[in-house]
Design a protein. Structure first.
Length: 484
C-alpha cells in the first residue's frame, strides 16, 4: 500500500512539473497533456461502453488472436465465423498488431488499445497544430487544435478503434511531406512521409482523402520539377501498396476463407438514394457529431467570413477536402448516416474553420468565451463514454462461467444478433444470430454437426430471453447456457 502511495505521489508530482513546464500562453502542448490526463479516467475499462462496443471488440478479437493463435499480420481473424478459421478481409491490422506486440511484453489486456490510440492521437493533434501554424497563424492553430481535441475525437481517441489513430499517422506524414519541399536535403522527411501516410491509409482507407491538399502545395513548387517527380512517385507507391491490400488481398481473404466481414462501400447510385432518404441523419453528422452544435455554428461563421474576405487559402482547403470527402460519403450511404465515426476524418477541417473564425474575432475575450463553451459542450456530451452500465458489465463473467462447462476450443452460439461483443467476452468462437434463428431446430442440428457445444441466451443486453428445449447448464439473471 505504501509503495503504491509513493508511486502515485511521484506520478502526480511529475504531471504537475510537466504542466508547469509546458504552460505558456498559446502552447498547445499544455492542452494536449491536460486532455490526455482527463481521458485516462476509466482507460482500463473493458470495451463495453454504450457506443461502438461492437466495433471495438472486432479489433480486440483480432489482436487477441494474433497473440493466442497466429501472429501473421497478413491473416487477421475474428471469432464469429463459426466453424471456419475466422480469417477474413479487413483494414490492414497495424493497430491490432501493435496491441499484440505490447501483449508479448506485458501479457494480453484489451485496454492497451485504448492507451495506444490515446497516445498516437495526442501526437496527431500536435502535428495538426504544426500544420495549421505553418500555413495559417499561431492563434488559428491553437484554437482549431483545442476544438479538435474536444470534437468527436475526444471519445474516439480513447476507443479501441483505428480511426483517429489512422488520421493521426496521416497528419504526421503530411507534415513531413510538406517539410520535404521546404528542406534542401529532404530525404529523411520524404521517407517519414511515405512510411507514416502508407500506414495511415492502410489502417483506415478513407483517412487518405486529406492527401488531396498536397495538390496546391505541389502547384506552388511547379519550378522544382525533380522534387515534384520524386514526391509523386513515392506517393503513387504508397497508394499502390494501399490499393493492393484493399482491392486484392481483402477480397482474396474473403474468397479463400469464406467469411465476409469488412464493409467496402456500395454502388454510388444506391448510396446516393440512401443519403437522400436519411438526409437529416447525414447532416447531423456535421452539425451534431463532428464538433458539436456550438462548434458547428463557429465553423459556419468561419466559412462565411472566409468567403466574405475572399480568403482563397482557407476556402481552397475546405473546397478540396470537402470534394474528396464527399466521395466517401457517397460510397458509404446508409453507413455514413448511421455511424458517427465516419465523420472523424473531416472533423479536423471543420475545427480548422472554427479556429479561424475565433482567431479573426477582434475582441479575443469573446473568442475565448466561445471556445470555452465549445469545450464544455464537447466534454459534457462525452461523459457517458467513461462508464460501463451494470447490464453490460455482467458479460465480463461469461468467460469464467463457460470455462466451468468446457474448454475454449468448443464452439458456441449466442443470441446477440449482429453484435460480436458477447463472443469476445465469452473468449470462444462460434456464431451470433437472432432469437428467431435459434428457435429453428433444424438450424441447431446443422450447427451441432459442425461442432456446436453450447448456446448462450442473453436476457438483458444484446439479446432477450427465450426458453429452449435443451439441457440447462447454467442460469443467472443475465444469461442462460444450454447444451443442445
Amino acid at each position: 500500500m505504501g509503495y503504491n502511495v509513493v508511486n502515485a505521489y511521484i506520478f502526480g508530482m511529475n504531471i504537475k512539473l510537466i504542466l508547469r513546464t509546458l504552460y505558456k500562453p498559446g502552447d498547445i502542448r499544455f492542452w494536449i497533456i491536460l486532455f490526455f490526463i482527463i481521458r485516462l479516467f476509466g482507460i482500463t475499462n473493458p470495451p463495453l461502453e454504450v457506443a461502438h462496443n461492437w466495433r471495438q471488440t472486432t479489433v480486440t478479437m483480432v489482436a487477441r488472436n494474433f497473440y493466442e493463435i497466429d501472429s501473421n499480420i497478413l491473416f487477421p481473424r475474428i471469432d464469429i465465423a463459426g466453424e471456419k478459421t475466422g480469417i477474413t478481409g479487413m483494414e490492414f491490422p497495424i493497430f491490432n498488431y501493435l496491441i499484440y506486440l505490447i501483449s508479448l511484453v506485458f501479457g494480453y489486456q484489451h485496454w492497451y488499445g485504448r492507451l495506444l490510440n490515446l497516445i498516437v492521437s495526442s501526437f496527431g493533434i500536435y502535428f495538426f497544430s504544426l500544420l495549421v501554424k505553418k500555413y495559417f497563424s499561431s492563434k488559428t492553430s491553437l484554437y482549431s487544435s483545442i476544438i479538435l481535441i474536444v470534437s468527436v475525437w475526444f471519445i474516439f481517441s480513447r476507443k479501441i478503434m483505428p480511426d483517429t489513430f489512422s488520421m493521426s499517422l496521416i497528419f504526421m506524414g503530411f507534415y513531413y511531406g510538406t517539410n520535404y519541399f521546404e528542406k534542401r536535403s529532404g530525404l529523411k522527411h520524404l521517407l517519414l512521409y511515405f512510411f507514416l501516410t502508407t500506414l495511415g491509409m492502410l489502417a483506415k482507407l478513407p483517412c487518405g482523402y486529406i492527401l488531396i491538399l498536397f495538390v496546391p502545395i505541389i502547384v506552388q513548387q511547379r519550378k522544382n520539377y525533380s522534387k515534384i517527380i520524386i514526391f509523386s512517385v513515392v506517393s503513387l507507391i504508397s497508394i499502390l501498396i494501399t490499393g493492393i491490400w484493399y482491392f486484392y488481398w481483402v477480397p482474396n481473404l474473403v474468397e479463400t476463407y469464406g467469411f465476409w466481414h469488412f464493409f467496402m462501400g456500395k454502388d454510388m447510385g444506391i448510396a446516393i438514394q440512401e443519403i437522400l432518404e436519411y438526409w437529416n441523419l447525414t447532416l447531423s453528422r456535421f452539425y451534431g457529431t463532428a464538433i458539436q452544435y456550438t462548434g458547428f455554428v463557429t465553423f459556419a461563421g468561419g466559412l462565411i467570413y472566409a468567403a466574405f474576405k475572399r480568403n482563397i487559402k482557407i476556402l481552397l482547403v475546405f473546397g478540396l477536402s470537402f470534394a474528396a470527402f464527399l466521395i466517401i460519403i457517397l460510397k458509404a450511404g446508409f453507413t455514413f448516416s448511421h455511424h458517427s465515426y465516419y465523420i472523424i476524418p473531416f472533423a479536423p477541417i471543420m475545427a480548422l474553420l472554427a479556429g479561424y473564425a475565433l482567431a479573426e474575432i477582434k475582441n479575443q475575450n469573446w473568442a475565448i468565451s466561445i471556445l470555452a463553451i465549445i469545450c464544455l459542450e464537447g466534454v459534457l456530451n462525452a461523459q457517458h463514454d467513461f462508464r460501463i452500465k451494470t447490464n453490460e458489465a455482467a458479460l465480463i463473467q461469461l468467460e469464467n462461467d463457460l470455462d466451468h462447462l468446457s474448454n475454449r476450443n468448443k464452439l458456441i452460439l449466442i443470441n446477440s444478433g449482429s453484435y460480436p461483443t458477447p463472443m469476445y467476452f465469452a473468449h470462444r468462437k462460434g456464431w451470433i444470430v437472432e432469437n428467431s434463428t435459434i428457435l429453428d431446430g433444424d438450424y441447431i442440428d446443422s450447427l451441432s454437426n459442425l461442432g456446436l457445444k453450447h448456446i448462450v441466451i442473453l436476457k438483458k443486453t444484446f439479446g432477450s430471453n427465450i426458453a429452449l428445449p435443451y439441457k440447462k447448464e447454467f442460469d443467472n439473471s443475465d444469461y442462460t447456457i444450454y447444451t443442445p
